[in-house]
Design a protein around this ligand. Structure first.
Ligand code: ATP
Ligand code: MG
Length: 320
């Protein structure tokens, strides 16, 4: 469906600081590590490029230490950074995260008015061949980024391209009704949907997983991959469905696993991997991602992903 497509991503590029203190709700003095390169769209683009996809990132960074190191990181991982604006007037966007014992998280984002929401519309002219636009829905919470995403969506659709969407509905970022409506518009136009179980609860409160998936599949999308955290993943395509069992790993920092899953999945589909193989690799990449602190630090190469799959194949021949 998206073989040989260039992957286009627009949205917030951030650095993130991770609290080492649990249950602090970001309200008390504690130790943090960072700056880790972050921002859901940027983690996605980085991973899509790391597995060999042609990924173009559109976004903004400050011309400060946070911005320079993040730009360097994306460049080193072979993301096309030609449409990233380095803004000398504005500071790089920042996020802070702290975990609770039950696995939930508290985020504080500094995006509005930072370099993270100050960039130009995507320019499709330099892109060669067909394009798949990936929308990380958290970006739709920004009133400045939202119209840029919607206009890229219209341009990509008009050019015959495809849309993929992670309905990453962070309540902290989706405060107003306009964001919710934009998310519904993007979902309605998406060819590929990559929700997590918590996104299904946000989109269809009270519905079972099966009923919520049926709703998503009634629309335009031909492929849905459901991210189930430590319960693995489920990939549904035309006439096929695969349950992917979780890899047994020790979870250190789950943030970014979903973006890593999506980057792997889309990055491999653009290289002609089958739905099953793209899903299997994405499920392994997501598992590897949670074993490292820092949202983008869990991103991996195809060789590392294959390493984990080989261990699993050796342990359980014939399993997924
Ligand atoms: P985020 O939005 O924080 O980036 P997400 O909620 O979108 O994450 P998850 O479902 O948490 O995404 O994780 C994505 C994928 O990574 C899962 O579908 C699974 O394949 C893998 N994964 C995540 N956590 C674990 C875990 N503890 N053990 C094994 N695999 C995991
Ligand atoms: Mg997610």
């Amino acid at each position: 469906m998206i073989k040989s497509h260039t992957i286009l991503v627009l949205g917030e590029i951030l650095v993130e600081f991770v609290s080492h203190t649990k249950n602090c709700a970001l309200a008390s003095i504690g130790e943090y590590s960072g700056p880790y390169p972050s921002g859901a769209p940027a983690i996605f683009a980085d991973q899509a490029a790391r597995v060999g996809g042609r990924a173009v990132m559109v976004g903004g960074l400050g011309a400060d230490g946070f911005g320079r190191s993040t730009l360097q990181r994306l460049q080193d991982d072979r993301v096309d950074v030609n449409q990233i604006v380095m803004n000398p007037e504005l500071a790089t966007g920042v996020a802070f995260v702290s975990y609770f014992d039950d696995g939930s998280r508290d985020f504080i984002y500094h995006i509005a008015g930072s370099a993270a929401d100050s960039f130009q519309d995507a320019d499709l002219r330099p892109l060669t061949g067909p394009v798949v636009l990936h929308v990380s829905a958290a970006s739709l919470g920004s009133p400045v980024i939202r119209p840029r995403i919607l206009s890229a969506l219209a341009a990509v659709r008009a050019a015959g391209g495809k849309i993929s969407c992670d309905p990453n509905a962070r309540p902290e970022l989706m405060r107003d009704q306009t964001a919710r409506e934009a998310l519904e518009t993007v979902i309605a136009h998406s060819d590929i949907l990559l929700p997590s179980t918590s996104d299904l609860n946000y989109l269809y409160p009270g519905l079972s997983e099966t009923a919520a998936l049926a709703h998503l599949l009634q629309g335009h999308a031909g492929i849905v991959a459901l991210k189930r955290g430590n319960r693995g993943a489920l990939v549904i395509g035309p006439d096929q469905q695969f349950e992917l069992a979780p890899h047994p790993v020790t979870e250190i920092d789950p943030t970014g696993a979903g973006d890593c899953f999506c980057g792997t999945f889309i990055g491999l589909l653009t290289q002609g991997f089958s739905l099953f193989e793209a899903g299997r690799h994405a499920n392994a990449a997501g598992a590897l991602a949670v074993t490292r602190r820092g949202p983008m630090e869990g991103n991996t190469s195809l060789a590392e992903i294959r390493g984990l799959l080989a261990v699993q194949d050796a342990a359980e021949p014939g399993s997924f």
